[in-house]
Design a protein around this ligand. Sequence first.
Ligand SMILES: Nc1ncnc2c1ncn2[C@@H]1O[C@H](COP(=O)(O)OP(=O)(O)OP(=O)(O)O)[C@@H](O)[C@H]1O
Length: 603
Amino acid sequence: MEQFLIDNTERYHALVAAFKPRPADKKAQAGENQDIIVSTRIRPMLTEEETVFPASVFVGNSASAVQVHELKKSVRGPAALNSSSYTVDQVFGPDASTAQVYESLVHPLVPWAWGGGLGTVFSYGQTGSGKTFTVSGLERHVAETLMNGSLEGERKIHITIIELAGTQVYDLLNSRKQISILEDSLSQVQLAGAIEACVTTKDEFAEFIEAAASLRRTAPTQKNDTSSRSHAICRIRIQNPTLPSAEDGLLYLVDLAGSEAARDRTGHDSKRMAEARDINKSLSTLKDCIRGRALADADSTKKAKAYVPFRQSTLTKTLKHVFDPASTRICKTVVIACVNPCLADVKASINTLRYAELLRVVVPKRSIEYNADVPATWNNDQLKKWIDGNSGTPAISSTILAPHETGPQLLRLPIPEFLQRCLETADVSPEQAQAFQTKFWKLHVDSQHAKSKPSAAAASGESGFFVDPLMQRLERLNCSEDPEPGADAIPFKQRIRPGMVVCWYPKKYFQNVNWENKNYAMILSSVEDVGERVCDIKGDKVREQGGGDGKSGKYLACTILPAILPGAYTLQPWQQAVVDLEEVESEVLMEYDEATRYLYMTL
Ligand SMILES: Nc1ncnc2c1ncn2[C@@H]1O[C@H](COP(=O)(O)OP(=O)(O)OP(=O)(O)O)[C@@H](O)[C@H]1O
């Protein structure tokens, strides 16, 4: 075949020069999907290629079209041109630099992960198409953005670099030591045994990346002498020390193993053939997972039922939280389909472009009608008005929290970023920020189930429905707020009562234990009011800790601990401690959510 191409090079050039492209396919470009961008990067021809073969893959007649030409043998007559066009979200030609690719595709993911979001970049393509070249360049740019001080606030950056070869996983920051991918009891995927390096400078970052690259398993293939026959995953975990309980930002840069066309596999031994089959299978599962998650996200009503086969390969199992439709975290994904433009490799390039097209899930644009109870329908003005009226005291600045965002955009903001923005308003406490985030999120969740519930107007009696006063009171008793009218005018230490939740720094109480953090507790009774035998969490008699006159200011309380869901808490009824009002900072309002059976902070 290669000789046929060489013999017909002149004819090929003449046919390409005479080729008239069809107008861009508007239908294929319609709609948008803000969570996944599928792009193509056409690498330059290498010197050894361009001296023999012409190029066959070009940027098409729009920034999102790729034009491919093939030369076909004809049964009768001269060779013919077979042209096809593929649509992705963005195409980068051979002259585009990695810096340009970074600026357009990956740069937006860095502040997103800095704010607590989840982002993933995949480079996909045939062996020798420029995947490693692209990902290693992008890693350097990410390091620069993370470390150059341009992003606001303090963060701790941790990196892990692993390699997946078949079902084996190796730690590239620890001499290729074998590690395991495990799912813990909270369904979180853990890279058990992998080293996580804390990086503080751009150079340190680059050294780790370099060390990992040199360790990557290589074996000769027909296409590329240093071809990597494994997937490499660089995980960057971004921790915000000012929000210790918030989820960390995560950015994954994944350099996928090269997909090999069957033609390139001739001459491989059986081990290498099996290896190639495994790689192609994992890439196929990856495609199903990316598509499955995008389809699930595009239609939230079908999300719970969506099937995404992330357990079918080690690669997708490792990236479970990216694909799991049950995950509440939004993941922004960038796929870069790398293409070698050489005419001799056009079949493999077409396969790559077909794969890329399949990953595009186009979400139709819908017009949204405003509904005061549904945050997903609010524009920026409606959202700001709601924030101003519902964020408690002091009111959280709506211009800081949502300078340009609409309701749907604020719902998609990573929770740590949401909290951080709330805290930028003077005198807003972390509890108020958390409570307000929960209130906003709950309103959204309730609006999804609104059909089965009476409207807010009906519940408040505005619509003329009879509302039972006892039912109304019971509803208020789902919250730790003092139900008696005017209670909030009295300082909280003067109205301590069973069920009140307080924020407590038990430094004196846990003198010998390093428990300096803020804690929450629910008051049960004054220490003088309990039976003689009652002991606290430390095993000390409770009554003996009071002064006996009922004026000690000490109360028996049960502890409240963070639950597995972000922002949720559980009451520990039998872990009782003695709370001294001297160590209590403030009253905290918590409400019980029947659906999740957890406590959440409220305003
Ligand atoms: N945009 C580019 N500009 C210049 N050279 C490039 C570019 N992309 C790739 N190359 C060169 O092409 C060759 C193959 O690239 P690379 O090793 O990144 O391919 P790969 O897809 O990672 O291959 P494999 O799957 O076998 O690992 C390298 O010599 C690389 O330097």
